[in-house]
Design a protein around this ligand. Structure first.
Ligand code: SF4
Length: 313
């Protein structure tokens, strides 16, 4: 289904998170009004997913949420709505409001569940509260939940991220859930930039971030998450505003390639492996990063590792 995204940059966020500047991330500084949304949604032919990103949708006053949702509902029948929001603004009452409209997916920013990381990042909730909100959303049953997790945050470690994912997977059980993984970037003008300058924060590099996100993908695949995205969408403003951190347009590919290497080594520690041709780019793309990681994990050289890979028809 085609998407029609509307960005509401940091509108009504209960906190200013230390790493965030949605205007830089999305390249959108103006907030569309409900009538802008109505004009956009009603002008599309065929079914569409109207998305509200970049802010904390359900933290808006209820009357304004209704205006936006009614405007989005003017899209052709069968269309649906996706909202992204802050976990603090999820209650039974708010879910009832969303349920009056064709909202099908609710994404929560769950950058971490580790209270010390959440405090440093000024996220404004505890790990326990965030898990309760995920449960509330899952148990309600009307919406597919999505979680947006982050890596490389100040105070965060790879093992704490994996523990977060394990906790979310335990609450999820065998119910569907979407996942996005965003390695943290340092954006110009944020509190995180000050932390970088003062030496209080040192971001992981591209290779380490790719392996970190790759381990999360590997776990998420086994736990039945639907992985939507790894790494921020490239925009001109992100190119100008990202001053440190693992900023690379292929970061998601690197992470997926590492996750593939992990799964291959787990299935057959020394090979051989048979892969579908669709995965060739994960192995050989970007200077053979995936092949190099597979070789590193097996302790063989790249040539020998490559000779152990077979491609299915
Ligand atoms: S990370 Fe999310 S909640 Fe925090 S300021 Fe940015 S958009 Fe708002």
């Amino acid at each position: 289904m085609n998407r029609l995204p509307f960005f509401l940059p940091m509108k009504n966020c209960p906190n200013l998170c230390v790493y965030c500047d949605q205007r830089t991330i999305t390249g959108h500084s103006e907030t569309p009004s409900p009538s802008d949304v109505r004009a956009g949604a009603s002008g599309i032919e065929g079914e569409v997913e109207v998305c509200f990103f970049g802010g904390s949708f359900t933290c808006f006053p209820k009357s304004l949420q209704r205006e936006y949702l009614a405007a989005a509902s003017s899209a052709t029948g069968g269309s649906r709505i996706r909202v992204s929001t802050h976990p603090s603004c999820i209650t039974r009452e708010i879910l009832s409001l969303l349920g009056e409209y064709p909202v099908s997916i609710v994404e929560l920013g769950i950058s971490s569940l580790d209270d010390s990381v959440l405090n440093i990042c000024n996220r404004g909730y505890s790990g326990k509260e965030a898990l309760e909100k995920i449960s509330l959303l899952l148990d309600d049953g009307r919406f597919t939940p999505g979680v947006q997790m982050m890596t490389g945050l100040p105070g965060q470690t790879e093992s704490s991220s994996l523990e977060d994912l394990r906790l979310i997977a335990a609450v999820k059980g065998n119910r569907p859930m979407q996942l996005r993984i965003y390695p943290c970037l340092v954006l110009k003008g944020t509190r995180l930039e000050e932390m970088l300058t003062s030496g209080d924060y040192k971001p992981p590099g591209i290779a380490d971030s790719s392996r970190w996100a790759g381990r999360m993908i590997d776990y998420a695949n086994a736990a039945g998450f639907e992985l939507l995205r790894v790494g921020l969408q490239e925009t001109a403003s992100l190119g100008e505003g990202a001053i440190a951190g693992p900023h690379h347009p292929a970061l998601g590919e690197f992470a997926r390639a590492f996750a593939l290497a992990l799964s291959l080594v787990r299935s057959r520690p020394s090979g051989p492996w048979t892969l579908p041709p669709l995965q060739k780019s994960l192995v050989f793309g970007h200077g053979g990063w995936g092949l190099g990681e597979l070789a590193r994990l097996t302790g063989k050289d790249k040539e020998e590792t490559e000779s152990l890979i077979y491609w299915s028809e």
